[in-house]
Design a protein around this ligand. Structure first.
Ligand SMILES: CC(C)(COP(=O)(O)OP(=O)(O)OC[C@H]1O[C@@H](n2cnc3c(N)ncnc32)[C@H](O)[C@@H]1OP(=O)(O)O)[C@@H](O)C(=O)NCCC(=O)NCCS
Length: 174
């Protein structure tokens, strides 16, 4: 049984990028399959998670963590990365860019701890905005519990490399 208290929320170190992309890929496959929008395993696998280019981008984010516009924290069970959350400061708005917790570690409070850490880093200077798949009810509820409200239901899309379109909604912290 996993226990929230034994999980540490820390800054990632170089080498964690492989585990981060593994969490990302597993979470995508666990979260985004959808019949209504015809999002299949093949569509989800068409995304580039772990090419050399992607891994280098993650290394860059880790090396410059918090000193520029991006901040990332990870959840570790001993030395294993089981979740991560990334925030980004922008010109007009600040954003929560991504948050993922490995399936067996969900609903233990880990996502809440990482989100709080990222929101503390962003501060209160600007509105905080995020995008979420319109059919991802679990995440939408999670964000609502943290004070976010749905801004626009007018659907826009993230196009996957396969060409399929994932519907998104915007949420903002109020
Ligand atoms: C969404 C996610 C990051 C939340 O992290 P978590 O560690 O599971 O969330 P927490 O345990 O901190 O939950 C906090 C609150 O959100 C609610 N919540 C979390 N997941 C939920 C779900 N699937 N359905 C309904 N409510 C949910 C919980 O009820 C909890 O409230 P409570 O403390 O009053 O019970 C995580 O479930 C996840 O990785 N999901 C899959 C990937 C994903 O959807 N990422 C978001 C992409 S935009």
């Amino acid at each position: 049984m996993h226990n929230n208290l034994s999980i540490k929320i820390v800054n990632p170190v170089l080498g964690d990028e492989r585990a981060i992309v593994t969490v990302l890929k597993k979470s995508w496959l666990d979260t985004y399959l959808n019949k209504e929008y015809d999002i299949t395993i093949e569509d989800l696998l068409s995304k580039d998670y772990d090419s050399d280019k992607k891994l280098n981008q993650w290394r860059e984010t880790i090396l410059t963590n918090g000193s520029g516009e991006k901040y990332i924290c990870v959840a570790k069970d001993d030395d294993e990365v089981v979740g991560f959350c990334m925030a980004e400061k922008g010109e007009r708005v600040d954003r929560i860019k991504t948050i993922y917790v490995l399936p067996p570690y969900k609903k233990l409070g880990i996502g809440s701890r990482m989100l709080t850490e990222c929101m503390n880093w962003l501060g209160k200077n600007k509105n905080i905005y995020l995008e979420v798949a319109s059919y991802n009810e679990g995440a939408i509820n999670f964000y609502k519990k943290h004070g976010f409200c749905v801004l626009n239901e007018s659907l826009y899309y993230k196009e996957l490399p396969s060409g399929k379109k994932m519907p998104l909604i915007g949420m903002q912290l109020f």
